[in-house]
Write a protein that binds this ligand. Structure first.
Ligand code: HEM
Length: 429
């Protein structure tokens, strides 16, 4: 064999190793320095801190709810893009495309089911994540702004799910959106205009479908992606997750606009073998690689598996083709708005405008009003008994109204027993 062909042969033999080395420049780290370097050199890892507190890793603290919400968002983006290859946002074609997905598109039904169940799950996990942040007092300084971004993300999640609801153009979609946008229409002065703006007219029709589609596939996901990026960036810049022993001077430093010293300088201090800047209790921190990264990968696989499992065994609903002259009785909004619909049945103005308006306003001002640093980083801390009680009361009320709206309301919004589905007889009937 000539020298030249010999070297080509050697290059071919080394090809796999060279390709891998060109992607992952460092071997799997075996020292602390290597573990820290992994976070600097890998695109996906360098957005995370080099080290995280043990408390942040404890499933009993975060329950992984923020990450689960993030992973559901990724699954929704992936399945949503694939669904866009088939879907046509037209009142004459959308429903047929849904039927096609069921019958003739390979894996179409699984794709649609995954998208639907992940959307419902995300509404639930984002809400639960907000509750965990509240009950651990994690919205207090220096995390006030991140709480605000969180509130915006919660509203974006609800609105994303709501706009997606219309797209199948079946009876469920048509009437849920009709009821949902009617609730928005109850707002004084701007209500009817807002409703008109959303629908592009006075009724749910092609204009509404076009608007909901544009909002659902581009505007809201883009805003959510931007919001989530800022949210995760801020978690890091606010000194990582909240914890009870958070050093006071670190909090003050962040409030003054100085970055937490225990993050960026970790490697330098580590290389010198001393850790004076690495927080007050360096032994309570571990390296992101592998401790956090492995947990993240596992959680992602678990979330994907659960969504896939649901999608395989339960089909997303698809009712009859939308019929504007034949409303179901009762016509119900999506489940996450059924508490609101129940309130609206008592008073459109109070239930549809005042109560939700006050609740959102209260969430927005909360971290600027409740600033005392007592009880941060612990679930249901005694020092926060008043705040926790008020929040629990609102939470229970929201759950009760949603359950009533979902299961105990039948034709003409009258009472029904969910186990018999027969309207409850009332006096005089
Ligand atoms: C799309 C929705 C959301 C995503 C993807 C998301 C993601 C995350 C992640 C991954 C974390 C760190 C880990 C964890 O706490 O589980 C986090 C923390 C945080 N989130 Fe969210 N979040 C979302 C919505 C919200 C909402 C609705 C709120 C509150 C209104 C909120 C407020 C916060 C705060 C204050 C922290 C810091 C908590 C601490 O330091 O202990 N987030 N979020």
């Amino acid at each position: 064999m000539s020298k030249e062909s010999n070297s080509i042969w050697n290059s071919l033999m080394d090809l796999p190793a060279n390709v891998v080395r060109s992607i992952f420049r460092n071997p799997l780290p075996s020292s602390d320095r290597g573990r820290a370097a992994t976070s600097f050199t890998n695109f996906f890892l360098h957005v995370q801190p080099v080290r995280v507190s043990r408390q942040a890793l404890r499933p009993s603290y975060t329950m992984g709810l923020g990450l689960i919400s993030f992973f559901l968002f990724l699954i929704l983006t992936g399945t949503g893009v694939l669904l866009m290859f088939y879907y046509v946002p037209s009142t004459t074609q959308a429903y047929d495309r849904m039927l096609d997905l069921r019958s003739s598109v390979e894996f179409g039904v699984i794709l649609r089911n995954m998208h639907r169940w992940a959307a419902h799950a995300m509404v639930a996990t984002v809400f639960l994540h907000m509750c965990r942040v509240f009950f651990t007092g994690s919205y207090k300084p220096p995390r006030e702004f991140n709480w605000l971004i969180g509130v915006a993300l919660f509203l974006l999640t609800l609105f994303s799910s709501f706009t997606g609801y219309l797209l199948p153009w079946d009876q469920l979609a048509f009437w849920a959106i009709t009821v949902g946008t009617n609730i928005a229409g109850y707002a004084p002065v701007i209500g009817p205009k807002l409703r008109y703006l959303m629908l592009g007219g006075n009724v749910v029709g092609q204009e509404a479908l076009t608007r909901f589609y544009a909002l659902h596939v581009i505007v809201l996901p883009a805003l959510a992606a931007l919001g989530i990026s800022i949210h995760l960036f801020r978690v890091r810049k606010d000194g990582g997750l909240s914890r009870p022993d958070e050093p006071q001077d670190q909090v003050e430093n962040i409030a003054l606009g100085n970055l937490p010293t225990n993050k960026s300088y970790g490697l330098m201090e580590l290389a010198r073998g001393t850790t004076p800047q690495v927080g007050k209790n360096p032994e309570d921190e571990v390296f992101t690689w592998p401790h956090l990264v492995f947990r993240e990968i596992l959680l992602f696989l678990l979330v994907t598996a659960v969504v896939l499992f649901l999608a395989i065994f339960w089909n997303a609903p698809l009712e009859e083709f939308a019929n504007p002259i034949h409303p179901p009785n009762p016509a119900k909004a999506p489940w996450y708005f059924l508490g609101l619909q129940e309130l609206v049945s008592y008073s459109a103005f109070w239930g549809g405008v005042v109560v939700p308006g006050l609740l959102v306003a209260a969430l927005l001002v909360l971290p600027y009003v409740d600033r005392k640093r007592d009880g941060i980083g612990r679930w249901f801390a005694r020092e926060r008994a008043v705040a926790n009680t008020i929040f629990s009361f609102c939470l229970i009320a929201a759950i009760v109204f949603t359950i009533v709206g979902t299961y105990f309301r039948g034709p003409n919004w009258g009472w029904v027993q969910p186990w018999s589905q027969a309207p409850v007889a009332t006096e005089g009937h």
